[in-house]
Design a protein around this ligand. Structure first.
Ligand code: ZN
Length: 294
């Protein structure tokens, strides 16, 4: 008898299981769906272009309700293998449970045709769109909509969490714009197109890339060329991401006197960069400190 009763009692609503390919989508998920069970497949010290399809990730994707990834081929080297091995119909390409943010938010540097030998470039454009705070908000809107579709019972919650966050976000955007004024028109040397959206948003000009071609690691010949090319220029810094080997940036710095700046390209909770707000605060603090030190 108690068993029968238990069967007709309403079950507590199951927590939604989210799988984020990158920490930025896990952090946004935390804001929009705080009750959800969220994991990120990659962390700030990993190159999101290349990770291993580990068994733990396959197991995780197998019981995922909604997977959120940057898309634009960023995860082309590992996500398809995970999707195949997880064999979870919900997160297969084209299904509601598989959200590629770059399909919802416009990317920069799209190409009709990728020229032969262009390096690791994709017609879908630059996938690192979370580093534009405007686009990050659009991503939040797309995520809250998709959450509402896969979990209609909590649709109103996702919408109100998004609205509350986006109002706060707009205030932060205005603050950041003000604070970032001194950075406008500055020049920078980069290693990969990771921060391209951020530079555009700040009005900073990229004058050189340590990669000879997109996605191709720095070569001695290319670095030697850069020493010549950067002669007489005064960029703010040579920036590399926390997940990249600093060796090439340091080599170039020693020969040009341009300082090296290592920046997080995503949330790094162990280092106190937990929320999207903290990431942009951190990036701006570091760049402004670099600017003031000159
Ligand atoms: Zn990339």
């Amino acid at each position: 008898m108690p068993l029968v009763l238990a069967a007709v009692l309403p079950l507590p609503a199951q927590a939604l299981t989210l799988f984020a390919c990158e920490p930025e989508w896990a952090a946004l998920g935390q804001i929009l769906a705080p009750q959800a069970d969220i994991t990120s497949a990659t962390h700030a010290y990993q190159d999101p272009h290349y990770i291993e399809a580990r068994p733990s990730l396959i197991a995780r994707l197998r019981r995922t309700d909604l997977a959120i990834c940057s898309g634009a081929a960023l995860e082309a080297g590992w996500l398809p293998a995970l999707q195949q091995r997880a064999a979870n119909p919900v997160v297969q390409p084209g299904r509601e449970g598989m959200l590629f943010v770059a399909e919802q938010v416009e990317t920069i540097n799209q190409m009709d045709q990728v020229p032969f030998g262009a390096g690791d470039v994709h017609p879908e454009g630059n996938p690192h769109l979370h580093l534009d705070p405007e686009r990050l908000r659009q991503a939040g809107a797309a995520m809250s909509q998709r959450l509402a579709q896969v979990d209609p019972e909590r649709a109103a919650q996702y919408r109100s969490h998004y609205l509350r966050w986006s109002i706060r976000w707009q205030q932060r955007l205005d603050d950041w714009h003000q604070r970032a004024q001194p950075l406008r028109g500055q020049m920078i040397v980069v290693q990969h197109s990771t921060f391209d959206y951020f530079w555009r948003w700040l009005g900073i000009e990229v004058i050189a890339d340590l990669e000879p071609k997109p996605g191709v690691p720095p070569t001695p010949g290319h670095l030697a060329d850069l020493v010549t090319r950067l002669d007489g220029q005064r960029p703010l810094a040579i920036v590399h991401s926390w997940y990249q080997n600093p060796q090439s940036a340091r080599w170039l710095s020693e020969r040009t006197g341009i300082p090296v700046l290592a920046l997080p390209s995503t949330m790094a909770p162990d280092d106190g960069v937990v929320t999207p707000e903290q990431l942009f605060d951190h990036l701006l603090d570091r760049l402004l400190a670099q600017h003031d030190a000159r």
